[in-house]
Design a protein around this ligand. Sequence first.
Ligand SMILES: *[C@@H]1O[C@H](CO)[C@@H](O)[C@H](O)[C@H]1NC(C)=O
Ligand SMILES: *[C@@H]1O[C@H](CO)[C@@H](O)[C@H](O)[C@H]1NC(C)=O
Ligand SMILES: *[C@@H]1O[C@H](CO)[C@@H](O)[C@H](O)[C@H]1NC(C)=O
Ligand SMILES: *[C@@H]1O[C@H](CO)[C@@H](O)[C@H](O)[C@H]1NC(C)=O
Length: 265
Amino acid sequence: MSIATLVTACIWFLVVPSFTCANEANVNCLKSIYSQVEDPNGYLSSWVFGNYAQGYMCKFNGVICWHDDEDRVMSLMLSGYGLRGEFPYGIWNCSDLTGLELADNNFSGPLPSNIASLIPSLTILDLSGNSFSGEIPASLSNVTFLNTLMLQHNQFTGPLPPELALLERLSKFSVADNQLTGPIPNFNDATLKMKPDDFANNTDLCGMPLDACKPEEEGIIRPGKIGAAVGAALFAPLGAFLGWFFFSGRKEKQQHRSWIYHMEH
Ligand SMILES: *[C@@H]1O[C@H](CO)[C@@H](O)[C@H](O)[C@H]1NC(C)=O
Ligand SMILES: *[C@@H]1O[C@H](CO)[C@@H](O)[C@H](O)[C@H]1NC(C)=O
Ligand SMILES: *[C@@H]1O[C@H](CO)[C@@H](O)[C@H](O)[C@H]1NC(C)=O
Ligand SMILES: *[C@@H]1O[C@H](CO)[C@@H](O)[C@H](O)[C@H]1NC(C)=O
């Protein structure tokens, strides 16, 4: 590198440092997303890198910039593109991102457990209609400004992290159609009007706005061996009657269990 080039580079660097860095990071962000996802339908064919005119990225399909003449990504709206792959962790270089909409694609695999550090400024996260799996990371509760969190129609398993209740601005939320279990967190009901539909079609969620949790899920009774023995002795004479319940549906099974609870207490 000649001295002249070096001096020019340094002056350039001094004059527009944050601008350049922000843009470089944003370019890296889109490049890494582009290389991480499969795009069988060619929706990302407008994502052609190598043109360094300011704002060229803002014309890419699904990319919304803060200003049209500045490569700083505000939102990525890539819903329904048929994209495949894992959660695009390169997203963390789009550091001013407020909206990430990846609904109705073919994304799969778990969400990163450090997701809050990847997308700290998001207000809208829509991952619905994919095949994401594993547990919903508690770290999401650290995406402080989140007002919309759509996780429905995926394959999430395990409990809903109680920390989600810390999301004070949450006003739109759904986890319908997953394989979640356990109690629903105590959301801030001033902002979030919870509807049963937002929690429907899961393996075994309970609590408001669904049916109350069974006592054992709230940790009230933890029947050990003694409890089991007492239970067996108590219910042996009723075996024939109970048999009827064993062949009935889940709803009735719940009633049956709460009925056992009342019998025991
Ligand atoms: C997901 O992939 C399957 C084939 O693997 C395809 O039939 C389906 O249309 C894709 N979904 C979307 C939303 O493109
Ligand atoms: C994020 O950007 C930095 C430089 O700004 C780069 O070194 C790093 O590889 C990028 N990370 C990803 C995942 O693109
Ligand atoms: C949220 O962030 C704080 C501070 O970085 C951290 O101590 C805490 O463990 C995080 N919470 C979750 C649920 O990840
Ligand atoms: C629940 O599943 C049924 C049957 O697959 C479907 O018709 C309904 O739309 C689903 N509801 C929600 C809220 O996902």
